[in-house]
Design a protein around this ligand. Structure first.
Ligand code: CO
Length: 430
């Protein structure tokens, strides 16, 4: 697969994954197709050398691994981490709002989206719904493929300063999304339950609860004079999930135990049972080690020989806004993977781990760039420092360059996706 095919595959991956729960399902589908065996956390694991496995926690976090041929305590783990969630809008539990002849849906802002980019787009819903199932509860994925929702702009005739002051929304009063005409029927939450129930082919009374994300309906696209760029929703950070997944699938019977860990809740700080700040990664590695080295001493040796690559998108230089960037650290779209460096440990990269990643890029034959944020601007963070702190492993923060991070329509480079896959493949082949 060369860059264009890899980028096309990425866009298909994202379009099949309109929510973090769908992203995990799409990832699991690819893994199953490649012969990976699904494990459950609440059952005992029987692992074999060379075996390929994955485990899901909470529906939106997934860890996949290939048990290495070599001894774990002398080879360690090779880990690639990324996140499945993207900032945006989530539907409130008592969502339906009726007034002025219209139906609306109340939303909560999830993480830090560029809210203005949600206006005037063909929006819809995707997520998971808990439905009554005999004596228990079944979690069902739901996705409305057709446009369902909208946030129309206020016309410029009523918002004369918008091009000078920027497009702003009050998060409580001005973000509810239009869903339809109210008609004559009485307003109650049952109407939204009915909408979900019809889509899921269950009775409305069986809908118990949900986590629903507002998603875009526009498929991913190539753009540019040479079609050298891509645009889609959720490039941050499904592009990194996809790159890690393809690299994991591509590594044939490695000596090291290779692991991909994709977490929910990065955009809201990662502190959850399923997030990178939780116990998921340590729980899984410990169980893999219990198969391979059998004692805690061996596990500690394995961790000390491990390497974690935190893959999350990087800020590409935008030529219209030169003042937003650190002049010596402008990174170019299609210029290759970016090492993200921050002395205050917003990124986990250090000199040794940076050098190691530079060598991996050399081995893969791909260029490598270095990014530092402006010193007078707050820097974002990633799962890198959290996982590095929790496991005590050597760690580096890297990412592909992109524009418009946290827009509902982000863009990036075709070549960069192929470069990242090559670099991560090299990491899994060390
Ligand atoms: Co991100």
């Amino acid at each position: 697969m060369r860059s264009r095919e890899q980028a096309r595959h990425l866009l298909e991956f994202i379009d099949a994954s309109p929510s973090p729960w769908h992203a995990v399902e799409t990832t699991a589908d690819h893994l199953r197709h490649a012969g990976f065996v699904a494990l459950r956390e609440n059952e005992r694991w029987q692992l074999a050398a060379g075996g390929r496995y994955f485990v899901v926690r909470g529906g939106a976090s997934i860890i996949a691994f290939v048990v290495g041929r070599g001894n774990l305590d002398t080879c360690g783990f090779r880990l690639v981490g990324a996140h499945t969630d993207s900032p945006g809008l989530r539907i409130k539990p008592k969502a339906l709002q009726v007034g002025d002849g219209l139906l609306g849906l109340g939303v909560e802002v999830y993480g830090g989206p560029l809210l203005a980019t949600f206006a005037d787009r063909d929006l819809s819903l995707a997520g998971r719904v808990a439905v009554r199932d005999g004596d228990g509860v079944a979690m069902r994925l739901v996705h409305f493929a057709e446009p369902l929702l909208r946030l129309p702009n206020l016309a410029i005739h009523m918002n004369r300063e918008v091009n000078e002051n920027g497009l702003k929304f009050n998060k409580q009063t001005e973000l509810p999304l239009l869903l339809g005409l109210a008609g004559d029927s009485p307003a109650d939450d049952g109407r939204f339950h009915s909408l979900l129930a019809t889509q899921l082919e269950v009775a409305p009374a069986d809908i118990l609860s949900w986590e629903l994300a507002v998603c875009d309906t526009q498929p991913g696209a190539f753009w540019g004079a040479g079609q050298e760029f891509i645009a889609d929703s959720q490039l941050d950070n499904l592009a990194s999930c996809h790159a890690g997944l393809i690299a994991l699938l591509g590594a044939e019977s490695p000596a090291t135990t290779n692991v991909c860990a994709f977490f929910d809740h990065e955009e809201v700080g990662s502190e959850s049972a399923t997030g990178a700040g939780g116990s998921f990664i340590a729980d899984v590695l410990r169980r893999v080690a219990a198969h391979g080295v059998r004692d805690d001493e061996g596990y500690r040796c394995a961790l000390a020989r491990s390497f974690f690559i935190s893959a999350d998108m990087a800020h590409a230089y935008h030529p219209n806004f030169p003042a937003a960037y650190e002049p010596a650290h402008r990174v170019a779209v299609n210029g290759g993977p970016v090492l993200k460096i921050n002395a205050n440990q917003r990124y986990s990269t250090g000199a040794e781990s940076a050098a190691r990643f530079i060598r991996l890029c050399e081995k893969a034959g791909v260029p490598c760039q270095q990014y530092a944020h402006r010193s007078d601007l707050g820097c974002g963070s990633t799962i890198g420092p959290l996982v590095a702190a929790g496991l005590g492993v050597a760690s580096v923060d890297v990412g592909s360059p992109m524009w418009a991070m946290h827009s509902i329509r982000e863009s990036a480079g075709v070549l960069d996706h192929g470069y990242m896959i090559a670099a991560l493949t090299a990491a899994f082949s060390e």
